[in-house]
Design a protein around this ligand. Structure first.
Ligand SMILES: Cc1ncc(COP(=O)(O)O)c(C=O)c1O
Ligand SMILES: [Zn+2]
Length: 412
């Protein structure tokens, strides 16, 4: 029987330690975000890579000993995690790097990496006795909360910018969640979610405050390492908005390094849209300041990143770097990725791939290095943006003559 090794939290800013119970979202001393702390010796006693080899559960719950919840792993009827890590030999050759893998998290139940955080967050909320969970989101975290709340019989209350792509809003409603589209930005929706949680006493699943969510997201790093037989890539490219995913990616590799299961933490590369690049700016200027976000990549359109400190630490501690890409580069990367790999990513997810292309062009990745790109969400969620580079052709009549004419028009 594996014992719970989660012992509490430390503050990312002042370092204060607090026990796991009673739970606080942020540091009681300074208000900054928290990191989950584990007793690694305890984990090493109870758990091993060999144990994982024998575990046939492919979901994130195979990593339960290093998650901050207690759970009956049989309890989920849906698989979160266990997504493919797809090797791209030809593309790697073309780019002149040693190896390239795509971590295809579009394959999660609601179509994005956010399901990893939601699955653990819902379990945590249940353990604390909550029945209603609130999220502010650019769309994916909300769709994820709506989906997994339906699975786990929880009530979901959701705030999104009213400008969120219709597919994401429809998804939320199909899963039966209560949706409140907010006239304003994601940042406005976020602030409202905080007020509602305070007033109503519900559980908060908004990204970037609740430390449980980074713990869920870290499972993507655990999977990458395990899928590569614990030989981690040299560079991992992550799209960044609030900074929670990248913070989680670092935490996953950090935990594995502490356990001695990997021998180093890969360089973690923060890729942001030029119009929403607070974290990349902070990496050069040394201070995190708000921007006026404006990008086609709606999921990473953030004025003030809520998990900025964790994001900056992820890059610095891993000897990584930050990259900005333009909207045009994001759209081109989205199309190239789909055409060359069969993975249709939403613009935010394609941002990471655009980052890899830029890194190659700038000589920041060498020919003897390997890379993994996180594909964090499916392109089907935002068709309008995806159609900026591809046009549905004009109609043809259902006869061979029309086809031949259209073929000639298209192909000469
Ligand atoms: C598809 C996708 N990629 C990347 C991100 C960025 O994650 P974070 O806000 O944790 O930096 C998000 C966040 O909404 C997302 O939905
Ligand atoms: Zn603190």
């Amino acid at each position: 029987m594996v014992q719970m090794a989660h012992i509490g939290y430390t503050c990312v800013s002042c370092g204060d330690f607090s026990p796991a119970d009673p739970f606080h979202y942020t540091c009681e001393k300074c208000g900054a975000n928290l990191d989950a702390v584990y007793d690694y010796d305890q984990i090493k006693k109870d758990w091993s890579r060999k144990y994982l080899l024998e575990n046939r559960n492919r979901s994130i719950w195979r990593y339960l000993p290093i998650l901050p919840v207690n759970r009956n792993p049989e309890a989920s009827s849906i698989q979160v995690g266990g997504t493919p890590l797809v090797r791209q030999t030809r593309l790697a050759q073309k780019l002149g790097i040693k190896n390239l893998w795509l971590k295809d998290d579009t394959r999660n139940p609601s179509g994005s990496l956010k399901d990893r955080a939601t699955e653990v967050g819902i379990q945590h909320a249940k353990e604390l006795g909550f029945e209603t969970i609130v999220a502010a989101s650019t769309g994916n975290a909300a769709a994820s909360l709506a989906c997994l709340s339906a699975v786990h019989k929880m009530d979901a209350v959701i705030f999104t910018p009213s400008s969120a792509p219709p597919a994401k809003l429809t998804q939320i409603l199909q899963y039966g969640a209560q949706l409140f589209p907010v006239d304003g930005t994601y940042d406005n929706a976020f602030d409202l979610s905080m007020e509602v949680v305070k007033a109503a006493g519900w559980y908060l699943r908004s990204t970037g405050i609740n430390p449980i969510l980074s713990e869920g997201k870290k499972t993507v790093a655990l999977e990458i390492a395990e899928q590569l037989n614990w030989d981690v890539p040299d560079q991992v490219f992550v799209p960044v908005g609030d900074g929670c995913i990248i913070g989680g990616v670092y935490k996953g590799f950090y935990d594995l390094n502490q356990l001695g299961w990997i021998d180093h933490i890969p360089k973690i590369i923060a890729v942001q849209a030029e119009g929403s690049a607070a974290i990349v700016h902070a990496l050069t200027s040394g201070t995190l300041t708000s921007v006026k976000a404006d990008t086609v990549a709606d999921s990473i359109s953030v004025d003030m990143p809520r998990d900025g400190q964790k994001a900056i630490r992820a890059v610095k501690e891993s000897n990584g770097y930050g990259l900005k890409v333009t909207d045009a580069e994001i759209l081109a990367a989205q199309h190239r990725l789909a055409k060359t790999t069969g993975v249709f990513a939403e613009p935010a997810a394609a941002t990471a791939f655009a980052g890899l292309l830029k890194s190659v062009n700038k000589g920041k990745i060498n020919s003897d290095e390997t890379a993994t790109v996180l594909i964090t969400g499916t392109g089907l969620k935002d068709i309008n943006t995806a159609q900026k580079l591809v046009n549905v052709p004009s109609h043809i009549s259902p006869d061979l003559e029309s086809f031949n004419a259209a073929w000639t028009r298209l192909n000469g």
